[in-house]
Each structure stands twice: as C-alpha cells, then as structure tokens.
Design a protein around this ligand. Structure first.
Ligand SMILES: [Zn+2]
Length: 79
C-alpha cells in the first residue's frame, strides 16, 4: 500500500518546515527586538517567556501554538 505521507515527513516536522527563516524570528524576547516590525508573543503556561516574531503570520502562528500548548495535556510543564 502506498502511503505518501508516511514516506515524507511526519506531521510535526511538516509543521516545522513552515517555520520562518527570518533572522531573530522566534528568539527569546529578553532584550530589544532583533528586527524592526517584530512583536513579542508570550508563550503558554506558568513562567513562559516571550519570543520575538515577525508581526503578522509568525506572531499569529506563535499565539496559536501557545494556545495549543495551554491545553491540560501539555508535556513537561513542571509547576
Ligand atoms: Zn518570522
């Protein structure tokens, strides 16, 4: 049986492939923005740090991921 999806990337990696390659995008927001037009997005969970993302698509994706991680079944979320 041919399963094209099984021969390519697993879902998680496919999602990562959509990741932006802009320098500084996704870096920890511990200082000034690495690039103009980037916005800090706070992660989900207690003590989650903020990261810089390109305003727009990256920021939206980051917020979406944070919301997904906010569900109870998150892993490794020590309190
Ligand atoms: Zn980006």
């Amino acid at each position: 049986m041919t399963r094209p999806w099984a021969q390519s990337r697993p879902p998680a990696e496919a999602a990562a492939a959509a990741r932006c390659t802009v320098d500084g995008c996704g870096s920890e927001a511990t200082g000034p923005a690495p690039s103009a037009g980037m916005v800090p997005v706070t992660g989900a969970g207690d003590g989650a740090g903020a990261h810089w993302w390109c305003a727009g698509r990256c920021a939206v994706l980051a917020r979406t991921r944070a919301e997904l991680r906010a569900v109870p079944m998150r892993s490794g979320g020590g309190r």
